[in-house]
Design a protein around this ligand. Structure first.
Ligand SMILES: [Zn+2]
Length: 240
C-alpha cells in the first residue's frame, strides 16, 4: 500500500513535531514520538480507506495529547557528575568522570561497581553532557541486563508461560516498556532508575501484552490479577 497521507506538523509548547506515516506488519495502528517526530505506524494489510480514516483520527488524538502533555515528550537529560551514585534495577553504581585532553573519543568501563567515564577533552559543554549520559546508561544497561532478563523470565514462568523473543534495554525512548508482535520486550533505562514495584508493574504489563495486544478490558483483567493495585502504579508512572 502506498502512503499518500501528509499531515501538518504539530506545534506544542514551542516545539515542532513533524509527522511521518510508515507502513508496518503490525495488526494495530500506533502513534509514537520517536526522535522528536510523531510517527504513525499503519498496518499495511488494512483496507486503504479504512487505514486513512483511522490515521486521521489517530493524528487528531495524538495532536490533542501533545498539546495537553508536552512535558511527556521533553526527555530530561540525566545530569552526570563525578562521584555521584545511582541505583539501576536495585544495584548501586558509583560514577567517576575524568577528562582526557589527548583523546578524540569518550569511553567508559565498569570497574567493580564503579562506572569510569573518560570524556574526550575536545567537546562542547553540551556534547560532554550527552556523551556522559549515554556512556553511563549504556554501561549500566549492559551490567544489569542479565538481572532484568531473569526477572522478566521469572514473572513469565509464574504467570504467562509465553515464548519470549529478545529482552532489551533502550536508552533513548519516551516509552517505559514495549512488546512487539514477536514478543520482543524492551524497557527504558529510565524505568530501571525507578522503585522496584514500579519496575515489576511495567514488566507484568509488557508480559500481559504477550497474551492480549491491546489495552482492552481483558488485558486489564489479566494485569489486575497479577498487580492488584496497577491503577495506582499507572498513575504514578504517568506523573513521571
Ligand atoms: Zn501497554
Amino acid at each position: 500500500m502506498g502512503i499518500a497521507l501528509r499531515f501538518e506538523p504539530i506545534d506544542a509548547n514551542g516545539k515542532r513535531y513533524e509527522v511521518k506515516v510508515v507502513a508496518t506488519d503490525l495488526k494495530r495502528m500506533y502513534a509514537r514520538v520517536v526522535d522528536g517526530k510523531l510517527v504513525i505506524q499503519m498496518p499495511a494489510s488494512w483496507d486503504r480507506n479504512y487505514a486513512m480514516e483511522s490515521a486521521i483520527k489517530l493524528y487528531e488524538r495524538a495532536r490533542r495529547f501533545l498539546m495537553r502533555h508536552p512535558e511527556r515528550f521533553d526527555r530530561k537529560r540525566m545530569e552526570v557528575r563525578d562521584g555521584m551514585e545511582i541505583r539501576v534495577l536495585g544495584r548501586a553504581f558509583r560514577v567517576s568522570v575524568t577528562e582526557n585532553p589527548n583523546s578524540s573519543s569518550s569511553r567508559a568501563r565498569l570497574d567493580g561497581d564503579t562506572v569510569a567515564i573518560s570524556l574526550s577533552g575536545r567537546l562542547s559543554q553540551k556534547d560532554r553532557a550527552r556523551h556522559a549520559e549515554s556512556l553511563l546508561s549504556r554501561t549500566c544497561s549492559k551490567a544489569v541486563l542479565p538481572a532484568l532478563a531473569d526477572r522478566v523470565n521469572r514473572t513469565n514462568a509464574e504467570h504467562f508461560r509465553s515464548t519470549l523473543g529478545a529482552i532489551r534495554i533502550r536508552n533513548n525512548t519516551s516509552k517505559w516498556g514495549s512488546c512487539t508482535s514477536r514478543n520482543n520486550l524492551s524497557f527504558s533505562f529510565r524505568l530501571l532508575l525507578l522503585p522496584d514495584d514500579i519496575i515489576d508493574y511495567v514488566i507484568a504489563h509488557e508480559l500481559a501484552h504477550t497474551k492480549v495486544r491491546s489495552h482492552s478490558q481483558r488485558f486489564w483483567a489479566i494485569l489486575g490479577s497479577i498487580v492488584p493495585d496497577y491503577k495506582q502504579k499507572r498513575k504514578w508512572l504517568n506523573a513521571h
